[in-house]
Design a protein around this ligand. Structure first.
Ligand SMILES: [Zn+2]
Length: 289
């Protein structure tokens, strides 16, 4: 799933290619991806793209006063095409295409939104104001915003009795951090994912704040200038614990472990994060009781 750094890079990539261009055709293929119907997606046709920005993990393409707001979800992606096929896109079981946007001009360039797998979550909205999208309206502060200070971060954690892993990826607390970067941030901070947010000392809060900004900025820096098609591989290369179960921790050499957490799983290094002790798999221990 693309998170803040990938969506940031994607918005920069698209900003270069789309700003000032006229949208010629918008062709929805997977109707289930469309979350708004008034105005219709075709209302974007003939409008000039003014800007491409990001809200958390949402991509926002503004064109002539309307916003195409896209959430790529778990398996969605954007594929840029220098030349789109002339024939209209057709839905089918082997075609992961959800929406096609063709730009005006001789080149026939544009992009496809695709989504693999059977669990569909890709969401496309056409709105006059991005705040009309509930997921955008409910976003917490952006960790890369210059106004996101240590004090603001400390205020977010204060009184939150949930585990850090759950708090960091809650979009209402922080915009843009998901399953992968919450694992990475906790590893960089040398903290247990099970630690309670409200139990952090002042020193620990500052360490987590530094790890949060540092990890995200580093990932954004690595992704900068990459084409849309290269971002997924780059994200994978930069991860130290997430998705690396059984492999050595690049910091200490201990084996990266995995434990289930709510609807997914998390990865961590016992030596770096939990005093060398493996975390109990709560789902598993509940089953054994
Ligand atoms: Zn380690």
């Amino acid at each position: 799933m693309p998170e803040l750094p990938e969506v940031e890079a994607l918005s920069a990539f698209l900003s270069q290619r789309l700003t000032g261009r006229v949208i010629a055709r918008v062709q929805p293929v997977a109707i289930s991806a469309l979350k708004t119907y008034d105005p219709p997606v075709t209302a974007l046709e003939g409008r000039t793209v003014g800007s491409v920005t990001r809200h958390g993990k949402f991509l926002d393409i503004e064109a002539g006063g309307l916003h195409l707001v896209v959430h790529l979800a778990r398996a969605g992606w954007l594929r840029w095409k220098d030349r789109l096929p002339a024939e209209p896109p057709r839905p089918g079981p082997r075609n992961p295409l959800a929406l096609r946007v063709r730009l005006a001009g001789e080149a026939g360039d544009g992009f496809d939104l695709t989504e693999a797998g059977t669990r569909k979550g890709l969401a496309v909205h056409v709105v006059a104001d991005p705040e009309e999208v509930p997921g955008v309206a409910g976003l917490g502060p952006d960790p890369l915003d210059p106004g996101f200070t240590l004090d603001r971060f400390a205020a977010l954690l204060r009184g939150d009795r949930r585990r850090l892993k759950g708090v960091l990826r809650d979009q209402g607390v922080l915009a843009g951090v998901g399953n992968a970067y919450s694992d990475e941030v906790l590893h960089a901070a040398r903290m247990s994912p099970y630690k309670q947010a409200s139990a952090l000392s002042g020193e620990e809060t500052a360490r987590l704040y530094e790890a949060l900004g540092g990890t995200l900025r580093e990932a954004v820096e690595r992704s900068r200038g990459l084409a849309a098609g290269e971002l997924k591989a780059e994200k994978k290369l930069g991860l130290r614990v997430h998705g690396r179960t059984g492999q050595p921790c690049p910091v200490c050499g201990d084996t990266v472990r995995e434990v289930s957490f709510v609807d997914s799983s998390l990865q961590y290094c016992p030596t770096c994060q939990t005093g060398g002790r493996p975390l109990a798999d709560r789902r598993l221990s509940r089953l054994l009781k």
